[in-house]
Design a protein around this ligand. Structure first.
Ligand code: RIB
Ligand code: CA
Length: 306
């Protein structure tokens, strides 16, 4: 079966890093053609550094990295998730290292355009951070939509509360305008909402068996040993890994047609709340695991193997 080719747009962050490791571990099935970064979880000076280190130390093939948005489309101050991911996005204990690898000199949205435009085949965009880079791409180059096979997005809260406000999930809250524009762009949009990972929390005990003495094990231990997620009592929610698992093994999930609606009104407490209207003629899709235990097992076995 031909490898799936995708672009990873992310804001590394702990679960972004885990999702990346899972993709790199499955290089026989998936090829990451480009990494584009935003300042979602932490300031882009940190998320870009983490992306370059990931590409340099853990990706088994060459992949370029492009830096993108550090604030939402409306230019307002970015919100920050350092309380969950640590100030530098790799937990609270690791000293950040300087990668040798350099980022591309063009911005993420232009790197996305170039990669898609030059590709002989449609590419999937796996978006596991705010959607600002993707929205900028679609604003500047609407014709490029025909080169995007699908946007698989970790975001929103459909069947449950938000994780940053009772209504809003973090990625969509960070830039609700961008989320609305991408959802309504006409590109095949597949949503992986936060309730999936909330229903498959991975406990510290389950994680600890992967704290091996090699570089990967040391990184994982440093990242997760002291990590805490206010939404999960005894573990961590690997939101981004759930979306990556769908790209690698879609048969783990149901995928239903719908129309996704997002509230964009900062004056309302429901700002960035998302609704799913199931409809066979819908333009969007939402995924859910067929079996939470099997998804958790897949994530553990495919993320942390060396
Ligand atoms: O709400 C969860 C999402 O926000 C994940 O992508 C996490 O990395 C943060 O970006
Ligand atoms: Ca993320």
């Amino acid at each position: 079966m031909a490898k799936k080719k995708l672009i990873l747009d992310f804001d590394p962050g702990l679960d972004d890093i885990s999702a990346s490791l899972m993709l790199f571990n499955n290089c026989d099935k998936v090829s990451v053609e480009l990494l584009t970064v935003s300042g979602g979880n932490v300031d882009i000076k940190y998320s870009l550094n983490n992306a370059l280190l990931l590409a340099e130390k853990f990706c088994p093939y060459q992949v370029e990295v492009a830096a993108g948005a550090n604030s939402p489309l409306d230019g307002t101050e970015r919100i920050n998730a350092g309380d969950v991911h640590g100030e530098t996005g790799i937990g609270s204990t690791l000293k950040i290292k300087k990668p040798k690898k350099k980022a591309l000199t063009i911005a993420a949205d232009e790197a996305l355009f170039e990669k898609l435009n030059l590709s002989k085949q449609k590419l999937c965009i796996l978006a596991i951070g705010p959607l600002t880079n993707v929205a900028l791409l679609l604003r500047k180059h609407p014709e490029i939509r025909k080169k995007i096979g699908a946007i698989v997005c970790m975001g929103g809260a459909i069947d449950g509360e938000g994780n940053y406000t009772p209504y809003a999930e973090y990625n969509f809250l960070w830039d609700a305008d961008a989320a609305k524009e991408v959802i309504e762009s006409g590109v095949k949009f597949i949503l992986c909402p936060i309730e999936i990972a909330h229903r498959t929390p991975i406990t510290k005990r389950e994680l600890s068996r992967f704290y091996t003495s090699d570089e990967r094990g040391k990184l994982l231990k440093a990242m997760f040993e002291n990590a805490s997620d206010p939404n999960i009592r005894f573990g961590f929610a690997f939101h981004d890994s759930c979306a990556a698992a769908f790209v690698i093994k879609p048969s783990l999930f149901t995928c239903q047609k719908c129309n996704i609606e997002i509230v964009v009104n900062k004056k309302k407490k429901e700002h960035a709340q998302t609704f799913c209207h199931y409809n066979k003629k819908g333009k969007n899709y939402v995924i859910y695991p067929k079996n939470n235990g099997k998804l958790k097992k897949f994530i553990l076995e495919n993320t942390f193997k060396g």
